[in-house]
Write a protein that binds this ligand. Structure first.
Ligand SMILES: Cc1cc2nc3c(=O)[nH]c(=O)nc-3n(C[C@H](O)[C@H](O)[C@H](O)COP(=O)(O)OP(=O)(O)OC[C@H]3O[C@@H](n4cnc5c(N)ncnc54)[C@H](O)[C@@H]3O)c2cc1C
Length: 255
């Protein structure tokens, strides 16, 4: 398969950034085990760390642009690469599950601006639910009187966990349905009840922050349910009837 002209140009552009900025800084930030804000800011200043660039890369119909970018970034330094692109996990969750209005509200906040860089985080993994997401225990309960969802649980191994501006959290709304009873929620910046737990010391990619996220009666407005209430209710009703509109069981969390 041949890369097209745009893909060649993007590869060269990212390669130059990896060579000039990431490689010289990689060792230092790996040893510091801290989020490399100056490097993320530098990526933002050239438009590499931006909603625009990431959205366009994801939208490439060949599916090649983001893997090409990731390959070059990881050649630069895998820890810095994950520190720079960890926010795309939240972006994917928002674009995959959210309404256009939710995308417009939350996706820009996962990146901020070159002057005020922001981060996103995506929390699905839990101490006893890694590959087996259907076992996750974090609960989301709807408080009808206040039109709020109340989140409780512990997420683990979360990139940018606790330091992100926008967290997207996957929780069970109907635990009996296992993965088909899950939903994703945006936790807006500064929401009480969400805090970082332990930060993990890793053996590699240490410039990327990985931590637990603890949710204790964390209340988010009803509009933070990605996809909205109507879609969730329809999905739960389908699941209760034993129907599906997807063919792959592994995707049921995101049906
Ligand atoms: C650096 C880092 C960053 C991360 N960032 C995030 C993040 O931002 N958000 C998030 O939600 N999670 C994140 N994770 C968690 C990651 O998604 C999980 O580690 C992953 O889902 C695997 O889960 P686990 O570690 O519990 O391993 P397990 O699920 O216990 O798997 C252990 C091993 O068993 C294998 N295995 C498991 N089940 C089966 C099966 N049925 N058949 C055959 N083999 C099987 C696996 O392939 C693996 O080799 C991160 C992890 C790391 C290391």
């Amino acid at each position: 398969m041949e890369l097209d002209e745009d893909q060649h140009q993007i590869r060269k552009w990212v390669h130059d950034f990896a060579e000039d900025v990431m490689r010289p800084a990689g060792r230092e930030w790996d040893e510091r085990e801290e989020t490399p804000w100056p490097i993320i800011e530098e990526a933002a200043s050239i438009g590499l760390y931006s909603l625009d660039f990431c959205s366009n890369a994801f939208a490439d119909p060949t599916g090649l642009t983001f893997p090409i970018v990731s390959e070059e970034m990881c050649w630069g330094d895998a820890g810095l690469a994950l520190a720079i692109f960890g926010s795309t996990l939240a972006l994917s969750a928002i674009s995959g599950n959210g309404t256009p209005e939710q995308f417009d509200e939350w996706a820009p906040q996962c990146f901020g601006t070159p002057d005020k860089v922001q981060l996103g985080a995506f929390g699905v993994s839990e101490p006893d639910a890694g590959s087996d997401v259907s076992s996750l225990r974090t609960r989301a309960v709807y408080d009808e009187a206040k039109d709020e969802w109340v989140l409780n649980g512990t997420k683990t191994w979360i990139t940018n966990g606790g330091i992100a501006d926008v967290h997207v959290i996957v929780a069970a709304v109907d635990p009996e349905l296992k993965a088909r009873g899950h939903a994703s929620f945006v936790v807006p910046p500064g929401t009480p009840g969400l805090r970082q737990g332990q930060k993990f010391k890793k053996m590699g990619i240490r410039a990327s922050h990985t931590a637990e996220v603890i949710l204790e009666d964390c209340r988010v407005p009803g509009r933070c349910l990605l996809g909205g209430r109507e879609r969730l209710d329809a999905r739960l009703a389908r699941a209760h009837e034993g129907k599906s509109n997807r063919t792959q069981a592994a995707l049921s969390t995101f049906e």
